[in-house]
Design a protein around this ligand. Structure first.
Ligand code: SF4
Ligand code: SF4
Ligand code: SF4
Ligand code: FES
Length: 946
């Protein structure tokens, strides 16, 4: 086996470059201009020894191990930094080179501890490998004199250790932090022998480091090393899978010892991440084996009873008999199901199938209801498809990037890093956000415009941007004439040109200076390829759908849809939000976004499912809860969601749950919703099952079982058990059979199968006869709906207004280290960065209320009241407060209201009128909830029960 990694030979050149032929060790090789000699040598199977080069980083030329001889040139140039030339004659192996390389290695080793046998990197250390490759047999210099062997370790980061005594100062870590991650946390301090890696003169924890681990991955020695490897040793085998956190969908190699994860290494061939990751995917996997994992099914007849552990058979039988009892008593529509964006496509598909075919109604909804349902509606209405238009790599072709209502460096970090790379290359940036996100100003990146709009004014802002384009003659006329519906275009142009949409007219609404808005519009329209990336700051509003259509309008009118570097791109929150929507989780749609009232579509499902299906949409989540409070909805099967924490107006949510007679929760932890449940089915983590996730690029990637399900069954198997107990047979032997059924019933998935994904690595739908390898960019030759449709997007202010009683506006978001309701990340070391939700408040508003940094404050709205600690910061504008929603103890959603998007019921999380006051006690809700939680999470001790 070669000790030099096959692909570690510097950045590959562009495939379209001109070719040159040269000779290496007597063999002719033809490679593109710009290729390094090292890579050219690799093309013919010659692996030049190296230490500082790696394919994820630009060549650096510091270690001097890759020396070669070139005819006609003096000296021994470094092959990693020397570009090929036509006719060049290179020698990679000569006596002189061998001696020089041994000398270089000897110097490294003379200042390196000789503890290979006990070193955690033993067997996975490039220094060790290279010492063997260059044939170093003795070290003449010894340890006398100056050395770095006593340098102390930095163990401040919870996930990795920095042991400078093993550092060879190759700068790979520094370059990884700059080039791949874009954080610039590391430097090389000092010169010559005294040079050393430094996280900004402090320790890693106190530095700017965001714990992405890119430096650890790049380090060729054991200097930067995962603590899990130090503790457990090197892995024995690995399994390629997909991250279970955000919608970037990073590919990972789960490195295993038996059934234990040793480390997660971002997969170099992962098309979404190209070998990079964030702190969550790489390090925060400890929750999968956390001691609080629930591994036994449980039942109880009342939520005030303690839980009783039972067999799977008893739990499933009880759930099925309760659901049938309820339907017999209250009617077929009295029960429903909720699918999860944290589960696989196959699992989600089965839950909606169970509801439609087993329950006999369409009462199925998904957590996308509360995040990206407006994306589906808005993009479908304008373009014809409920999904983003690009792949992530497309951002590298963007000249102007408009980020609106999204915080990619926290919520979609790997994509955030890619975007920052493009920005460092010179792309221009417009950020529209009420808050000063990191992207506005970060090392080597500065937004051209930060449109710091008031929460709730997205539509006014987007209309004003489009108004400038239309009224200043910046329309892509030929594109629009060819690709958009003429009547609708004319109608919309007349609408948007109205002076009421001008930046000046909406300045009071948006709070954005008209001149900035005009300049940003001109930049977007004329700066080259312009791409829009957006998040929940757009969708979670009463006009979420209108804003999505507003972005689609803006992209179409400037010709920015249908090619690389452009498009309208939702940054999906959870890993499988796209998939859960694709899989027919909505009450009105089958897989592939086809309405249940479509007879032909319904008949195709009836034929395969062998059952008669309803043609009327079922209940959405808020409707289910309303009906529960009204007494007509009595049973709910929830797979992998925690609506008692994640959904708005928790008081209403919990009232609905408490009014039901049978709530079945399937989860890996006893989550907040389980307090209101009667049946608990233990879930399986992403490491315990096979299946697929679909990321924000419509990319379907494999999730592979790395260990057996800890609670016996994977989630798809548990759903099958429930369905069979209800009398609707499901007998899949493997999730691949479920995907085969999905492909059979869904035109956009017709070409998808596990075998095909294995073959291609991943597939972006649509994948069918027309696009057998999938579709990276949508709407290339025309819109999916035929002609693009401009939608009228009248700005209608939300009814949620600040008042004398509630004078501030609360908006919510995420933080890098935590994820969604925090159920996973709160059970990892990530809590060292964020152990509680904080309320960001502007210094002006804080001073007015006598609030200092760290004070406990009450946060109250007309929906409820909670309390949390204040963080005084000018990241938020005066009049606006901000918090995250990762912690059930602070429960930000006690405060959020029941206002929602007009089209989809997506809650208006981003605008809540609140009052903030200094307090010294928990809110009444928190006290009541703590007591309820204590009562409802009791489990009968099996020993005591006997
Ligand atoms: S972990 Fe990431 S952010 Fe931190 S120093 Fe390493 S590369 Fe930089
Ligand atoms: S810490 Fe590792 S990657 Fe960084 S300079 Fe030292 S040996 Fe190279
Ligand atoms: S960016 Fe998202 S998908 Fe990638 S590792 Fe981080 S959490 Fe996982
Ligand atoms: S690998 Fe070329 S100088 Fe280090």
């Amino acid at each position: 086996m070669s000790l030099i990694h096959e692909t570690d030979f510097g950045t590959p050149p562009s495939p379209s470059a001109q070719m040159v032929t040269l000779e290496i060790d007597g063999m002719a090789v033809t490679v593109p201009v710009g290729t390094s000699v090292m890579r050219a040598a690799a093309e013919i199977g010659t692996k030049v020894p190296k230490l500082c080069a790696t394919d994820s980083l630009e060549p650096f030329g510091s270690c001097r191990l890759c020396l070669v001889e070139i005819d006609g040139r003096r000296g021994t140039p470094a092959s990693c930094t020397t570009p090929v030339e036509a006719g060049m004659k290179v020698k990679t192996q000569t006596e002189r080179l061998a001696k020089l390389r041994r000398g270089v290695m000897e110097l490294y080793i003379s200042d390196h501890p000789l503890d290979c046998l006990t070193c955690a990197a033993n067997g996975d250390c490039e220094l060790q490998d290279m010492a063997g490759v260059v044939g170093l047999r003795e070290v003449r210099y010894g340890y006398e004199g100056h050395n770095h062997l006593d340098a102390g370790k930095d163990t401040s980061n919870p996930y990795f250790t920095f042991d400078p005594s093993k550092c060879i100062v190759c700068s790979r870590c520094v370059r990884a932090c700059e080039e791949v991650q874009g954080t610039f946390a590391l430097t090389i301090d000092g010169r010559g022998f005294a040079s050393a890696v430094s996280p900004g003169g402090t320790d890693f924890f106190a530095s700017e480091c965001v714990s992405c681990g890119a430096c650890v991955q790049a380090c060729p020695t054991a200097t930067l090393m995962e603590n899990s490897v130090i503790e457990a040793g090197q892995a024995e085998h690995s399994v390629i899978t997909t991250c279970a956190y955000c919608g970037v969908g990073c590919g990972f190699k789960a490195e295993m010892r038996g059934t234990e994860v040793v480390r997660m290494v971002p997969w170099k061939d992962g098309a979404a991440n190209h070998g990079h990751s964030c702190v969550k995917g790489r390090f925060a996997w400890g929750y999968t084996t956390h001691k609080e994992r629930m591994l036994k099914p449980m039942i109880r007849s009342k939520i005030s009873d303690p839980w009783r552990e039972v067999s799977w058979e008893e739990a499933i039988g009880y759930a099925a008999s309760e659901f049938r009892r309820i339907q017999a008593k209250y009617g077929r529509d009295s029960i429903g199901g909720i699918t999860s964006s944290r589960c696989t496509n196959e699992e989600t598909y089965l839950v909606q199938k169970l509801v439609r075919a087993g329950f006999g109604n369409n009462n199925v909804d998904t957590c996308a209801r509360v995040c990206h349902s407006p994306t589906g509606y808005g993009l479908s209405a304008t373009f014809g498809t409920s999904a983003g238009t690009q792949d992530f790599d497309s951002v590298m072709q963007a000249d102007v990037i408009l980020v609106i209502g999204a915080n990619p460096t926290d919520a979609h970090p790997v994509f955030g890093s890619r975007m920052k790379k493009r920005l460092r290359e010179g792309a221009r940036l417009i950020v529209a956000d009420p808050r000063r996100t990191d992207l506005v100003r970060t090392p080597h990146v500065q937004a051209d415009y930060h449109l710091q709009l008031k929460p709730g004014s997205n539509v006014a802002l987007l209309n004003a941007l489009a108004h400038v384009v239309v009224t200043e003659g910046l329309v892509a006329e030929a594109y629009v004439a060819e690709r958009c519906e003429p009547m609708e275009t004319a109608r919309w142009r007349a609408f948007i040109a109205d002076p009421r949409h001008s930046p000046e007219a909406v300045e009071a609404i948006t709070g954005v200076p008209a001149a900035d808005l005009r300049a940003a519009a001109r930049l977007y329209a004329t700066g080259g390829n312009a791409a829009i990336y957006y998040g929940l700051g757009v969708t979670e509003h009463s006009q979420g759908t209108t804003a999505v259509m507003g972005m689609a309008n803006l992209a179409m009118i400037t010709g920015n849809v249908g090619h690389e570097g452009a498009g309208v791109n939702p940054l999906r929150g959870q890993n499988n939000v796209q998939g859960s929507c694709d899989m027919g989780s909505f009450p009105h749609e089958f897989t592939g976004y086809r309405h249940v009232s479509n007879d032909a579509v319904r008949e195709s499902f009836e034929e395969v499912w062998n059952v008669t299906l309803r043609g009327e949409p079922g209940l959405r989540i808020p409707n289910m809860l309303d009906a529960a409070v009204d007494g007509t909805f009595k049973g709910l099967y929830i797979q992998g969601e925690d609506i008692a924490q994640s959904d708005p107006d928790i008081t209403h949510v919990t009232a609905g749950l408490a009014a039901m007679e049978c709530v079945v929760i399937q989860d890996i932890f006893l989550n907040e919703t389980a307090s209101f449940a009667h049946v608990f089915l233990p879930g399986s983590s992403f490491l315990e099952k096979d299946g697929t996730f679909t990321n924000a690029e419509r990319r379907i990637s494999m999730v592979r079982k790395a260990m057996p399900p800890m609670a016996v069954y994977a989630d798809w198997q548990a759903t099958m058990l429930l369905s069979n107990a209800l009398g609707y047979p499901m007998n899949y032997r493997h999730p691949s059979e479920i995907m085969d059924e999905i492909a059979r019933l869904t035109p956009t998935f017709a070409g998808v199968s596990f075998a095909r994904i294995e073959e291609l690595g991943s597939i972006q739908w649509p994948c069918n006869d027309k696009a057998p390898n999938g579709t990276p960019t949508m709407h290339v030759d025309g819109f999916v709906r035929g002609k693009g449709k401009f939608a009228i997007t009248e700005f209608v202010p939300t009814e949620e207004r600040s008042t004398a009683r509630y004078p501030l506006i609360l908006t919510t978001g995420r933080i890098l280290s935590q994820y969604n309701v925090g159920a996973q990340t709160r059970r990892t070391e990530n809590v060292v960065w964020h152990e509680e939700d904080l309320l960001e408040i502007h210094p002006f508003d804080a001073e007015y209320r006598g609030i200092a940094d760290g004070d406990w404050v009450s946060l109250a709205s007309r929906a409820g009241e909670t309390s949390l600690r204040a963080k005084v910061t000018d990241r938020v504008q005066a009049g606006v407060v901000y918090t995250t929603f990762h912690n059930p103890e602070t429960a930000a959603n006690v405060v959020t209201t029941d206002f929602s998007d007009w089209a989809t019921n997506c809650p208006e999380y981003k605008v809540t009128a609140v009052q903030v006051r200094l307090t010294n006690h928990r809110s009444g809700w928190q006290d009541r909830y703590a007591a309820l939680r204590e009562e409802t999470t009791r489990i009968v001790d099996p020993a005591a029960a006997e």
